[in-house]
Design a protein. Structure first.
Length: 67
């Protein structure tokens, strides 16, 4: 997971962490939980697929709700 973050630039890392924090807050989960770590992995994948910044949280929620 952390190795994947290395491939992102600073702004992409901020986008990922903001979306994951928002998702974890909504779900009342700790970002260091298994679900939080899974959310980070999914968010990194989405950013690498060029999902728009403003749509990342929505897409992240969709992906995680289906798993």
């Amino acid at each position: 997971m952390l190795l994947s973050l290395i491939s992102l630039d600073d702004s992409q890392i901020t986008i990922v962490t903001d979306a994951v924090r928002q998702w974890c807050c909504e779900k009342k989960l700790d970002i260091d939980s298994i679900e939080g770590r899974r959310a980070i992995t999914v968010a990194i994948d989405l950013v690498q697929m060029d999902i728009a910044q403003d749509g990342l949280f929505v897409e992240l929620s969709k992906q995680l709700d289906h798993q």
